[in-house]
Design a protein around this ligand. Structure first.
Ligand code: IMP
Length: 430
């Protein structure tokens, strides 16, 4: 039996929610290990829609322990808001089923403000962040001046930590023409939210170690996608955390040996929210059609997603950087009715053929995709539950993707409904 890491293998929004929910039903513990409330996971359970940003997907299922690991940046007000919203939907949340790493870094209002100020100031050069303060919070973590969950417990030490943090931020804010943050006001805000967050605080690495030794099934729930990884993504158009599967170990405090199987979630075409290179983007009716059929609007920001053909070269790359053992291919039905489909198999850069996306920003902007064109299908694949339900051309498309990305399809999802799934490999049993 393996512990499973689920990661997005493109630029996020691959349809992780459904797959994570399907797996979390069979897991004992569900762990978030990076990112924050920039994520948006939609779960549909018995017709009821749950939208999660910060809480692990296990939270909606009774008897599962949900863990927010140390690699996550936690906005305490967003956390409380999400807990209240879910309670309003009938979900029970207490220390029995939710723990937050005491060493996780807090996102403060000054972080989301700074995120917004920088995006506004950057004009056309903006990253297109979710403006949730993710980047600035991680900067403070690495800068060793962040306030962490456990700091809420020691109010007497909070003053000094706030002073250290504000000596950096207020200097920055003066330079940006933003009003300075009043230390007392921040202190009061933190003291007010502390009693709502502290009941969930725990030494998560120790708790997970106990679960691991007791033989619990642990599911690590990634957010965003590997191409948004701070090291391996399309830098600087990335998020500020490591998104690749290795982060599951660092961001939870369990060693890499605890990871048994890495499942990459891959959409049958490509989308991206925010700015940055996107070689197979289709700024034409193909892109329009993919966006409409796929309902490609951001869960968190409501922004329209950019859409394009499947980029096998990119997914082949993320299969490697995340050590993906098998993929869950989602939204195949969005391609129903296309007469022909294109698959990017590599790029041309300055007249030379390459099979991967170069690391430099300038080269990424210059690459031209090399496409293979394959036959589409007119029948519907929506709701298919076995290979026999799929048109031959759709089977061919999926098999060709497997070859191109050098990784097998473990699961095929054919609609948002949980049972509309074709299972080849059970990640927990592999
Ligand atoms: P940030 O994570 O808010 O700093 O945003 C940095 C980049 O990551 C932007 O291009 C966002 O659109 C993108 N991003 C962040 N979270 C998600 C997500 O959950 N899905 C897709 N894109 C995301």
């Amino acid at each position: 039996m393996a512990n499973v890491v689920v990661v997005g293998a493109q630029w996020g929004d691959e349809g992780k929610g459904k797959i994570v929910d399907w797996l979390s039903e069979r897991a004992d513990v569900v762990v978030r290990f990076q990112g924050g409330h920039n994520a948006g996971h939609t779960l549909v359970i018995d017709g009821k829609v749950f939208k999660l940003s910060l809480l692990p997907s296990g939270i909606v299922r009774p008897g599962k322990l949900s863990v927010i690991g140390n690699g996550v940046v936690v906005d305490p007000w967003a956390l409380c808001g999400e807990i209240e919203r879910l309670r309003g939907q009938g979900v029970e949340i207490s220390r029995d089923n939710l723990r937050v790493a005491e060493n996780a870094v807090l996102i403060l209002p000054l972080h989301s403000e700074l995120d917004g100020i920088r995006e506004e100031a950057a004009g056309k050069g903006a990253i297109g962040t979710t403006r949730r303060g993710i980047g600035p919070a991680y900067e403070d973590k690495v800068g060793r001046r962040a306030i962490r969950v456990m700091d809420l417990e020691r109010v007497e030490e909070l003053e000094g930590k706030i002073a250290r943090l504000l000596s950096h931020h207020n200097a920055l804010r003066r330079g940006l023409g933003a009003p300075e943050v009043d230390p007392q006001a921040l202190h009061d805000e933190l003291c007010a939210v502390a009693p709502k967050v502290l009941p969930y605080a725990d030494s998560v690495w120790m708790l997970l170690d106990e679960h691991r030794r007791a033989g619990s099934r642990i599911l690590f729930e990634g957010a965003q996608g590997a191409l948004l990884d701070i090291d391996h993504g399309t830098y600087p158009y990335v998020t500020s955390s490591n998104v690749v599967a290795g982060q599951a170990a660092t961001g939870s405090g369990l060693g890499p040996g605890a990871i048994g199987y890495v499942l990459g979630i891959v959409k049958a075409y490509t989308t991206r929210v925010g700015a940055g290179p996107f070689p197979t983007e289709q700024l034409n009716e193909v892109g329009q059609r993919l966006g409409e059929r796929g309902h490609e609007f951001g869960t968190v920001t409501g922004r329209k997603r950019r859409c394009g053909w499947f980029d096998a070269a990119l997914v082949r790359q993320t299969v490697k950087t995340s050590g993906i053992n098998g993929i869950a291919l989602t939204k195949l039905d969005v391609l129903d009715g296309f007469e022909e489909l294109k698959l990017c198999v590599g790029y041309r850069l300055d007249g030379k053929r390459i099979d991967h996306l170069p690391a430099s920003e300038a080269a990424q902007a210059r690459v031209e995709p090399i496409y293979e064109t394959v036959e589409g299908w007119s029948q519907s694949t929506q709701g298919a539950r076995s290979w026999a339900d799929l048109p031959a051309q759709a089977v061919k498309y999926v098999r060709h993707i497997e070859e191109l990305i050098e990784c097998p399809v473990a699961l095929l999802s054919t609609s948002p409904e949980r049972d509309d799934t074709i299972l080849m490999t059970d990640p927990f049993e592999d």
